[in-house]
Design a protein around this ligand. Structure first.
Ligand SMILES: Cc1cc2nc3c(=O)[nH]c(=O)nc-3n(C[C@H](O)[C@H](O)[C@H](O)COP(=O)(O)OP(=O)(O)OC[C@H]3O[C@@H](n4cnc5c(N)ncnc54)[C@H](O)[C@@H]3O)c2cc1C
Length: 389
C-alpha cells in the first residue's frame, strides 16, 4: 500500500497489487460472478460500499430477530436457480414458506388468492445467501467506487471512497465487472465518456430505470384482530398481501412466520410501499412521519393493529425494483480493456436475473482474459463449503 494524492487531489492510498479482475458490488450478481472467475483461476477481489454482503438480499434485526427488508423470497425461478434452491434447501439455508395470500384491490378490499407454490425463504435471514456465496472471496467492504479510469500501464484504475473517513483508495485491475444498479454505474463511467467503445454501454445503461421503495419493519407485542379487519386470518398464521399499483402498498407480509418458532410471542411484519408512495415521500427528511404514513395505509387496508407497533424501523431503497430493464443478459466490451456490467436490470428484474447476469458476466471476462476452463453450473456454486475449508 502506498500513500499519495489521487486524481481528485484528495489524499489516498494505492493498492499496489494488480488484480486480474475487480468485481464491484457484493449483491447476488457480483458474488456469483466473482466465485465463478476465482474458480477459473483468476485473481479476483470485490469492492462493496456497505458493511453487509448480499445487496438487496438484505436483513436487519429487531430484538435479535431477523427481518428481511429487501428480497422477500425466491420464486418464479429458472433451472439454475432451482438447482441452487434445492441444494440450499438440503443444507438448511432455505426453507419453504407457504403463506395465505391476498391481493389488494383498487377499491382497498382484499381478495384471497389460490395457495401458491411454496416460496423459498432463508429462516436465518435472506442475507445468509450473500454470506454463503462470499465464502473464500477477498472483499473490501465499505469502499464505494467513485470512478473508473485508465492507467498508462494499460490497466483499469478504480478510485474508491472509504465509508469510515471518506479517504480514497486506488486499485488496479486487468478487467472490471460492475455489478450494480445501472443508474449507479453511469457516474462511475463518466471519466471514460470520450472512449468510443464505452458509448454503447453508457447508452444502454441510460435506458434502465428503477422505482424507489420505502420499507417499514415493525414489531407487535400482542396484536388483536378486529371483526372489521380486511385481513381474514388472525395472527400468527402466515400471510402476505400483494399490493395494487393504485394503492400505497406494494407488499406486506408476516415476516416472523418465515422463522423457526421461538419463545417470543411478538410478531414482525414487513411492509413495502408502492413506487407512487415512495416517490411522494422519498426525499422528505422526517423518516418517522414517512413510516407512520405507510403504517396508517397498511392498517386501513389490512388490519387495524398494524397502526401501533411496539418498535419499528424505516428503510429507503432509491434503486429498489427495476421498472425498465435492458434486454441484454449483460453489457460488455473488451476495448479499451475488458469491462462488463451486470445485475437484475439485465432482464426480468429479480434474483433469477441477477444470478444469470452475474454468471454470464464471468464468462465474458474469462473469454477476454483467457485461462483454465470455467466451472460449469451448478458445480462451482455448490462446492463452496468444500472449496473454502
Ligand atoms: C423491497 C424489495 C423486495 C424485493 N423482493 C424480491 C423478491 O421477493 N424476489 C426476488 O426475486 N427479487 C426481489 N427483489 C429484487 C432483488 O432483491 C434484486 O433483483 C436482486 O437482489 C438484485 O441483485 P443485484 O446483485 O443485481 O443488485 P444488488 O443486490 O443491488 O447489489 C448491488 C451491490 O452493489 C453495492 N454498490 C452500489 N454502488 C456501489 C459502488 N459505487 N461501489 C461499491 N459497491 C456499490 C450495493 O451496496 C450492493 O451490495 C426485491 C427488491 C426490493 C428492493
Amino acid at each position: 500500500m502506498r500513500w499519495g494524492f489521487g486524481a481528485t487531489g484528495r489524499i489516498g492510498r494505492s493498492n499496489m497489487t494488480i488484480q486480474d479482475v475487480i468485481v464491484v458490488g457484493a449483491g447476488l450478481a457480483g458474488l456469483v460472478c466473482a466465485q465463478r472467475l476465482q474458480q477459473a483461476g483468476h485473481q479476483v477481489c470485490l469492492l462493496e460500499k456497505s458493511r453487509g454482503l448480499g445487496g438487496r438480499l438484505a436483513t436487519r434485526r429487531i430484538d435479535g430477530v431477523p427481518l428481511d427488508h429487501g428480497a422477500r423470497y425466491l420464486a418464479n425461478h429458472g433451472d439454475r436457480l432451482q438447482q441452487l434452491i434445492d441444494h440450499w434447501g438440503r443444507q438448511g439455508i432455505l426453507a419453504p414458506w407457504q403463506p395465505q395470500t391476498f391481493e389488494l384491490q383498487a377499491d382497498g378490499s382484499l381478495q384471497a388468492q389460490a395457495t401458491p407454490q411454496p416460496y423459498w425463504v432463508a429462516p436465518a435471514g435472506m442475507n445468509t445467501i450473500g454470506k454463503h456465496l462470499a465464502q473464500g472471496l477477498t472483499i473490501h467492504r465499505q469502499q464505494r467506487l467513485i470512478s473508473l479510469t485508465l492507467t498508462a500501464q494499460k490497466t483499469w484504475q478504480l478510485t474508491a471512497e472509504l465509508a469510515t473517513d471518506q479517504s480514497l483508495v486506488e486499485h488496479q485491475a486487468r478487467a472490471v465487472v460492475l455489478a450494480l444498479p445501472a443508474p449507479q454505474i453511469l457516474p462511475i463511467l463518466a471519466p471514460l465518456e470520450a472512449i468510443a467503445a464505452i458509448q454503447p454501454l453508457r447508452q444502454a445503461l441510460a435506458t434502465v430505470t428503477y422505482a424507489p421503495v420505502i420499507t417499514v419493519m415493525a414489531q407487535y407485542a400482542h396484536p388483536r384482530s378486529q371483526a372489521s379487519d380486511p385481513l381474514p386470518c388472525a395472527p400468527p398464521d402466515p400471510w402476505m398481501v400483494e399490493g395494487h399499483p393504485d394503492t400505497s402498498l406494494f407488499w406486506a407480509g408476516l415476516d416472523s412466520s418465515k422463522r423457526p418458532p421461538t419463545e417470543q410471542s411478538d410478531l414482525k411484519v414487513v411492509m413495502h410501499s408502492s413506487a407512487a408512495f415512495a416517490r411522494d415521500w422519498f426525499d422528505l427528511p422526517d423518516l418517522p412521519s414517512t413510516g407512520r404514513a405507510l403504517l396508517g395505509q397498511a392498517s386501513t387496508c389490512i388490519a387495524a393493529w398494524l397502526r401501533e407497533p411496539q418498535a419499528w424501523q424505516v428503510h429507503r431503497w432509491r434503486y429498489g425494483l427495476v421498472e425498465t430493464s435492458c434486454l441484454e443478459a449483460l453489457l460488455t466490451t473488451s476495448q479499451p480493456l475488458p469491462l462488463a456490467a451486470c445485475g437484475d436490470w439485465c432482464g426480468s428484474a429479480n434474483l433469477d436475473t441477477a444470478l444469470e447476469s452475474g454468471w454470464a458476466a464471468a464468462a465474458a471476462i474469462h473469454t477476454a482474459l483467457g485461462g483454465k476452463a470455467l466451472p460449469s453450473f451448478p458445480a462451482g456454486l455448490l462446492d463452496l463449503d468444500a472449496a473454502s475449508h
